[in-house]
Design a protein around this ligand. Structure first.
Ligand SMILES: [Zn+2]
Length: 453
């Protein structure tokens, strides 16, 4: 296994367009529509054409709310506006709205205005959303290569100053051995230098801060314009800048095709410099080299390549050897490997280094331990306070019983007195009743004796 990322996805739509777009039969009526001064540039003026990639049905890369054809249009408008602040330059756009144009139409339009250069603006996306950074594609042939490379060098330097990672200035060929990207192929056929600028990746968190706001797209436009101004050594009274002494990189006109790199990095070796048994940090030294396209990224694994980290920037492209520190989880046998990637996203896997298992506690484990300790303390406190409460309840009930005793004896005495009084009252009334009956009987006996007179 060697190729990890299919570079057919380097620019999803432009790849498709490059291979198939040529056959599309489209009207040229809308090309450069609405632009004043077409064919009327002054003799000594530099003429450049800006091509906002994609358009119409051809959306380009799409990710979340980002649509490439809209973004390239915003950048292109800003680039034109900025460039027109310089003296001695005439600027055209291949499209001013949402038109769909073939790649050949775009190049034909550039030819029709005698363009000195065609700048093709794009945003990128990768198959697994892993790649990040900016890159420029140039023709692999003759002056188109040397002029393209020379401008791309200015552009890439500025994109790096902005903070983007450079994926390089590259060529690519199709199966017929000519430029893969149609825009480069057709502009070369018309003898127009051309550069395809992939500003950054729309689907990668590393690049997102560079395009997540319209203002940043306008910044890209200004940056592209400044790169053009530097390359053509322009000046602007309006902006108060003078690039007339700007030194471009001199690039020899190649005598043969500048072929892309099709082989993996030549070497990738690792050595473990240090293993910290207390916290799981492992310091790894990487030595890797690619003598064709240089080194670009690396990824690392602690499970012998079953899983890998995200792509990491190669710390210094001028250096083959560097070291980095990785975190290895505890209770496993670490088997360290590193993949080193070259400028064409091809990788070589390093040797594997097996290490003794580490039994340190992870931050999560320490946090869980603290949490369970706290839970235990809370539980024991609750039990202790529960005991105290029941003790208190018992004490209270004893106290209550003691105080209730005299209350119930008083009550008992009262009841006894009331009962005794009742009994006494009843006895007295019985005596009275009985004495009353004896008196009546005596009276009756006296009455019976009286009639004998
Ligand atoms: Zn594109």
């Amino acid at each position: 296994m060697s190729i990890c990322f299919s570079w057919a996805f380097l620019c999803k739509q432009s790849v498709v367009y490059a291979e198939e777009g040529d056959a599309q039969d489209k009207t040229t009526d809308s090309v450069g529509e609405g632009q004043e001064g077409v064919h009327e540039s002054e003799p000594d003026q530099i003429v450049v054409v800006i091509d906002p990639g994609h358009g119409g049905e051809n959306l380009g890369a799409e990710y979340e709310d980002y649509i490439e054809k809209e973004m390239t249009m915003i950048v292109a408008d800003a680039m034109k506006e900025e460039l027109e602040k310089y003296e001695g330059i005439t600027v055209y756009l291949t499209r001013t709205g949402d038109q769909e144009l073939s790649l050949e139409e775009r190049c034909e339009y550039a030819k029709s205005v005698n363009a000195d250069f065609l700048f093709c603006l794009h945003f990128n996306m990768s198959e697994y959303h892993t790649l990040f950074g900016a890159e420029c594609w140039v023709s692999a042939f003759g002056e188109n290569y040397s002029k393209g490379y020379s401008f791309a060098n200015v552009e890439m330097e500025m994109l790096q100053e902005l903070g983007l990672y450079s994926r390089g200035i590259k060529t690519r060929l199709n199966s017929r051995g000519i430029d893969y990207y149609g825009i480069l192929r057709h502009s070369r056929e018309r003898d127009i230098p051309c550069v395809l600028i992939e500003h950054c990746h729309l689907d990668q968190v590393n690049d997102q801060p560079f395009y997540d706001h319209n203002e940043k797209l306008l910044e890209f436009g200004k940056l592209d314009a400044t790169a053009v101004a530097r390359y053509f050594q322009l000046s602007s009274d309006k902006l108060g800048v003078d690039y007339s002494n700007y030194q471009n990189l001199y690039v020899d006109v190649p005598s043969s095709v500048v072929a892309p790199d099709k082989t993996e990095p030549d070497v990738c070796i690792i050595e473990v410099l240090d293993q910290n048994m207390e916290n799981g940090e492992v310091r790894v030294q990487v030595s890797a080299a690619d003598y064709d396209s240089g080194m670009l990224y690396y990824t690392y694994s602690y499970d012998n390549g079953q899983t890998f980290s995200q792509l990491q920037r190669w710390p210094d492209k001028a250096t083959d050897t560097f070291d980095f520190t990785m975190q290895v989880p505890p209770h496993i046998v670490p088997q360290i490997v590193v993949n080193g990637y070259n400028g064409y996203d091809l990788y070589t896997t390093s040797n594997m280094v097996s290490l003794p298992s580490m039994d340190y506690k992870t931050a999560e484990e320490i946090a869980a331990e603290i949490a369970s300790q706290e839970a235990l303390e809370i539980a024991s406190w609750a039990i202790a306070s529960g005991k105290e409460r029941s003790q208190f309840a018992r004490t209270r009930s004893v106290t209550l019983n003691e105080t209730e005793k005299p209350i119930s004896s008083t009550y008992f005495l009262t009841v006894c007195i009331v009962c005794a009084l009742l009994v006494l009252a009843m006895t007295i009334s019985m005596i009275l009743i009985l004495s009353g009956r004896k008196h009546k009987r005596r009276k009756k006996r006296r009455k019976r004796r009286r009639p004998q007179k």
